[in-house]
Design a protein around this ligand. Structure first.
Ligand SMILES: Nc1ncnc2c1ncn2[C@@H]1O[C@H](COP(=O)(O)OP(=O)(O)O)[C@@H](O)[C@H]1O
Ligand SMILES: [Mg+2]
Length: 260
């Protein structure tokens, strides 16, 4: 099961990506979470402390790694001289919630043909994780799917687009949804997050109906999520939180759809 989580900044992608990754682990799947946000913070959501999280160097910013793994041939094209397995082994971090985490760093739009060394590594690594390895992957994306390249996008089994009732986040959800047709993604679902009341839920439903988005679930607004975040603790630790339980249920919904 390869799941990518997208949507406007601040809508709850990281909370939901973390909750799904933990949920897959609890259901017996070996799971890798990939933080592909340029301001990465999935580590905290997966239970690492701020001190531990600060020590993680995103792969694209790890200059010695990038230099040692790539060399420029006569053509100016980067050669990758590593097996991607090595990177997974050496640079993934085991988190308290049982999920292995790789912090990717900024992914430049891959369709743009940028062949810079970090991009070449990210591309190879994503391909390896999404296409070749037989384990669950949850990808916490910065925005839409244009960053991951079409080849990798095709390997994504499920794309979740997160939005709240704010029209800006819904417009971005629509934009991402429109792009998925080109990327040939089949299981694309909207998740309404931070829903405070029935009228917010209705606003999301109306927008989805009008724009052809399929809704998978609604995650309620929870003050306890904010409080945990303020303390630098992961909200996922507390399963009494309704929104955390709802996200956990999404794992079962996805497994039932059997998209792989
Ligand atoms: N269901 C929810 N209820 C309350 N607060 C939430 C909920 N989901 C996310 N948040 C809060 O919203 C903020 C942004 O969430 P985050 O997962 O970091 O979003 P993103 O990764 O999309 O930027 C965080 O402070 C988080 O605690
Ligand atoms: Mg995030």
């Amino acid at each position: 099961m390869k799941v990518a989580v997208s949507g406007k900044g601040g809508v709850g992608k990281t909370l939901i990506a973390g909750g799904l990754a933990r949920g897959f682990v609890e259901r017996g799947l070996k799971t890798m979470a990939i933080d592909a946000d340029s301001s990465p913070n999935l580590a905290l959501t997966l239970g690492l402390s701020t001190e531990e999280a600060r020590k993680i160097i995103p792969l694209t910013e790890n200059q010695p790694l990038v230099e040692s793994k790539t060399s420029t041939g006569y053509s100016g094209v980067f050669n990758l001289n590593f097996t991607v397995d090595d990177i997974v082994r050496d640079y993934s971090v085991k988190t308290p919630l049982g999920v292995n985490l790789i912090v990717m760093g900024t992914i430049k739009a891959m369709g743009s043909g940028c062949m810079c060394a970090p991009n070449a590594i990210v591309r190879a690594l994503l391909r390896h994780l999404m296409v070749e390895r037989n384990e669950a992957v949850v990808l916490d994306l910065e925005a839409g799917v244009e960053h991951i390249g079409r080849g990798t996008a095709r390997a994504v089994d499920v794309l979740l687009i997160i939005a709240d009732s704010n029209l800006k986040s819904l417009e971005i959800a629509k934009h991402i949804h429109d792009m998925t047709a080109a990327a040939e993604m089949k299981h694309v679902y909207l998740v309404g997050n931070r829903v405070m009341n029935p009228s917010q839920e209705q606003a999301i439903k109306d927008f989805a109906a009008k724009n052809g988005l399929e809704i998978l679930a609604f995650v309620p607004y929870d003050q306890k999520v904010i409080e945990a975040d303020m303390l630098g603790e992961t909200p996922l630790k507390n399963k009494e939180i309704t929104s955390v339980r709802t996200i956990d249920n999404i794992c079962d919904m996805l497994l039932k759809k059997n998209p792989t």
